[in-house]
Unconditional design. Structure first.
Length: 277
């Protein structure tokens, strides 16, 4: 991985990003397992030429700060312990933020945007952590995400509605059966192993953060839509002083957040087709 510092961040922060001491261990980690096989294979193949700006790593650094605080917390909790298990000939590893044996619970701490809703990935991740705990002799029946909202604003909270009243929330995660989790993990391991053999599964729309094209009814001179619909027909003919704005959909992760997009045949072939149309 090669880093740039296009925004002129302090050198201390740049050094901290570039000297990340993370060590995974095993053949694949839980976070890699639930991510796309195609992305993992491309990152490994092009690791020496991938370029990423240090600003993209800032929020993961805040997460590490939170983990450092956890190390000073309840001494009866098991904090940031990496567990292992064998699946399909591979060693799977996962580092649990906090395992409370007395409460039979796993807590995962996340720093995120108020508007981020990623319950599917959290559900997959924490249930695999539960399976790892089970395989290593720990009993776990409760899963929680402790969310710290990095962009929380007090004046927005005063407006009420669905906005969080404080910059923190405890989110209960649905618990799968051990058998369901074992089946899911075995399927994911098989997909990643196939990718290593050259049988790469294309990324799904969900994995690519697909957004559909929508149509917005706008008032001339206005900035906000009065109505948004999936088709232009649903908006009908705009009245005088109004117009319909097309808001093109796309694959947000590929376009903005994937460091291997320049090397991805799936993404680039779609881009080529768009240019030809």
């Amino acid at each position: 991985m090669n880093y740039t510092n296009l925004h002129g961040l302090p050198q201390a922060l740049v050094d901290a990003v570039m000297n990340d001491s993370y060590v995974g261990g095993g053949d694949i980690s839980v976070t890699r397992l639930i991510d796309t096989p195609q992305r993992r294979v491309l990152e490994r193949k092009h690791k020496n030429v991938i370029v990423e700006d240090v600003i993209e790593r800032m929020f993961s650094m805040w997460g590490q700060v939170a983990h450092g605080i956890l190390e000073r917390s309840d001494k009866e909790a098991i904090v940031e312990e990496r567990l292992y298990m064998e699946v399909g000939g591979w060693k799977l590893s996962g580092q649990l933020d906090r395992l409370l044996t007395a409460n039979e619970s796993i807590e995962d701490w996340k720093t995120l945007s108020v508007f981020k809703k990623d319950s599917t990935a959290w559900e997959q991740q924490l249930n695999i952590y539960r399976l790892l705990a089970h395989k290593n002799g720990y009993k776990v029946n409760h899963l929680k995400v402790n969310a710290i909202y990095r962009d929380w604003r007090r004046f927005e909270a005063k407006r009420g509605g669905d906005y969080p009243p404080i910059p923190f929330a405890v989110i209960d995660i649905p618990v799968w059966t051990i058998e369901e989790t074992e089946e899911y993990v075995a399927t994911r391991v098989a997909m990643h192993q196939a990718a290593d053999r050259g049988e790469v599964t294309p990324c799904t729309d969900e994995e690519r953060w697909a957004t559909p094209t929508t149509y917005a009814l706008m008032k001339e001179g206005g900035k906000r839509a009065t109505k948004v619909a999936p088709t232009k027909e649903e908006l009908g003919d705009p009245a005088k002083g109004f117009f319909i704005e097309e808001r093109l959909g796309g694959y947000r992760r590929c376009e903005e957040f994937c460091s291997v997009a320049p090397f991805c045949k799936q993404f680039n072939s779609e881009r080529q087709l768009e240019k030809q149309q």
